[in-house]
Design a binder for this molecule. Structure first.
Ligand SMILES: Cc1cc2nc3c(=O)[nH]c(=O)nc-3n(C[C@H](O)[C@H](O)[C@H](O)COP(=O)(O)O)c2cc1C
Length: 192
């Protein structure tokens, strides 16, 4: 059976970031998923400079090696899962920067959002992210995972421990992600 390529994009780049535990939890669950081959793209490690390309990404005339590498990774994907913190009721700057580098590579592909934060569960960040993502023709799923008071769910070993409600959100989101991944792949290959 065909496996789809899913890129898990970690968008917190802070030293001692806590959200890495959420990203690790999600990646562990996805590693045993029968429908997706998974690669983690950690924006802290990838370390893109602040957008420095001279031309609009629509033209794909990339000057810098870091952009060419990012273009290759994003271009080969069938779907994305963004792991997103919330800063000042808003989305993380590394996410904006990483998205702005490219355009066509993102087009007509689904995006699953996993947000975390305080009592608001990173929902403002996730909702604001949708405005950005749809502009590059990504299709953010309605069903996401949003984790309130997430730091209370990290144990002394730094491992994120989910609960029934989060696990149900995971299952619902993955059902939707598979549908949209198949549908949009068909669209990219046969309609566009
Ligand atoms: C600059 C800054 C702004 C923050 N603003 C929010 C916020 O608006 N809402 C929220 O729920 N948490 C906020 N927090 C707390 C974060 O949820 C918490 O620090 C979390 O660990 C951030 O994810 P990270 O550690 O993976 O970067 C903020 C944290 C920082 C550093």
């Amino acid at each position: 059976m065909e496996k789809f390529k899913l890129k898990i994009i970690i968008t917190s780049t802070r030293d001692e970031r806590q959200g890495i535990s959420v990203a690790n939890w999600f990646t562990d669950k996805m590693n045993s998923n029968e429908n997706f081959d998974v690669e983690v793209l950690d924006l802290k490690k990838i370390n893109l400079p602040m957008l420095d390309e001279p031309t609009h990404p629509r033209l794909q005339q990339y000057r810098y090696e870091h952009t060419k590498e990012w273009s290759k990774k994003i271009g080969e994907a069938d779907a994305y899962a963004f792991v997103i913190p919330e800063y000042n009721y808003s989305l993380p700057p590394a996410l904006v920067n990483a998205v702005d580098y490219l355009y066509k590579e993102w087009n007509y592909k689904p995006a699953a959002l996993i947000s975390y934060g305080g009592i608001s569960a990173g929902l403002r960040s996730a909702q604001m992210s949708k405005l950005l993502l749809t502009t590059v023709k990504l299709v953010p799923l309605t069903e996401g995972i949003s984790i309130p008071l997430f730091s209370k769910k990290i144990n002394e070993q730094g491992v994120f421990i989910s609960d029934d409600s989060i696990d149900r959100s995971f299952d619902t989101m993955m059902d939707e992600l598979l549908k949209w991944t198949k549908g949009l792949k068909y669209m990219r290959e046969n309609i566009i």
